[in-house]
Write a protein of this length. Structure first.
Length: 145
């Protein structure tokens, strides 16, 4: 089960351009996602941030691998000081005035299996929150997190 990717899908009542902006504009990212110092939707761009849960924070190290405007954003996702490399992808599919987002996080099996912080269930919980709650609330009324 740990080697299965996390896949979260949601259809939003928003045009694809608005969701792309939420995923790629640093000012919008900070309203619903993580407090990144800088972000550019350009392959090769590297960014990092501190985040965690239950009082334990991890330095996340990421590098953009794919950026196709209004279609797909992907970046590597790893943790400083720990084994493992994974990738997160956001794919956007216009459906009239709505947009379906498919988030896929692959490579979870490369993280230390004996560390409970890296259990698949934690990734499912975190990504579900961002897709179902934070981004949804941000798109609806700008409140985000």
């Amino acid at each position: 089960m740990q080697n299965e990717p996390v896949v979260i899908q949601k259809t939003y009542d928003a045009p694809v351009e608005k969701i792309w902006k939420a995923l790629t504009d640093i000012n919008e990212i900070r309203k619903w996602y993580f407090n990144l110092a800088e972000f550019k939707a350009e392959p090769g761009f590297e960014f990092s941030f501190l985040a965690g849960h239950e009082g334990r924070e991890f330095l996340h190290l990421c590098r953009v691998t794919t950026a196709v405007p209004n279609k797909k954003l992907s970046y590597t996702w790893r943790y400083d000081g720990f084994e493992g490399d994974s990738e997160v992808s956001f794919e956007l599919f216009p459906e009239g005035e709505k947009t379906k987002l498919v988030l896929t996080h692959t490579g979870l099996e490369t993280f230390p299996a004996n560390n409970p912080d890296f259990q698949r269930s934690n990734f499912v919980m975190g990504w579900t929150h961002f897709v179902e709650v934070a981004l949804n609330d941000y798109l609806r009324d700008g409140s985000g997190k």
